[in-house]
Design a protein around this ligand. Structure first.
Ligand code: FES
Ligand code: FES
Length: 169
């Protein structure tokens, strides 16, 4: 079958590619664009290691074809830090030991990013519910939940700082 031409915005950059119709989004990101921060844990939509944002919504990129993101915007873990500075969610995972082997981490962080973009003050229950599609073999989850709670505090402090308000962490 002929390749399909797609135009997609990836991490803010416009990309045009010719992709095999059967190519999964996760393989397009990793193999064609070299964005290997997105991991493949299962390839069967169970683990969430491959989570990215498509038009701002968290999606398991092994459940989509590359051809389906034609005309859309994709954000991967590589786009979170800026100017050499970690994103507050990344900082929080480091600080609160939200990772061990790190295999699930980019997916956990992208899911957290989506959660915190919709809910700045998630409860522990809301965090656990939002992570229901992301598996970790190492941490036992509590440190991941603690990391996301801490990330929400860091993000609020960042916002307050921009507005010139002091916030206790
Ligand atoms: S690799 Fe996509 S859900 Fe596991
Ligand atoms: S840190 Fe190892 S799988 Fe989550």
């Amino acid at each position: 079958m002929d390749n399909i031409n797609i135009k997609v915005k990836v991490n803010g950059k416009r990309v045009e590619s010719a992709v095999e119709p059967r190519k999964l989004l996760v393989h397009y990101l990793r193999e064609d664009l070299g964005l290997t921060g997105t991991h493949v844990g299962c390839d069967t939509s169970n683990c969430g290691a491959c989570t990215v944002l498509v038009d701002g919504k968290a999606v398991k990129s092994c459940t989509m074809l590359a051809a389906q993101v034609d005309g859309k915007e994709v954000t991967t873990i590589e786009n979170l830090s800026s100017g050499g500075k970690l994103h507050p969610i990344q900082e929080a995972f480091l600080e609160k030991h939200g990772l061990q082997c790190g295999y699930c981490t980019s997916g956990m962080i992208m899911t957290s990013f989506w959660l915190l973009s919709r809910n700045k003050n998630p409860t522990e229950e809301e965090i656990r519910r939002s992570l229901s599609g992301n598996l970790c073999r190492c941490t036992g989850y509590q440190s991941i939940v603690d990391s996301i709670t801490y990330a929400s505090k860091l993000m609020k402090a960042d916002e307050a700082e921009k507005e010139g308000i002091m916030v206790e962490q």
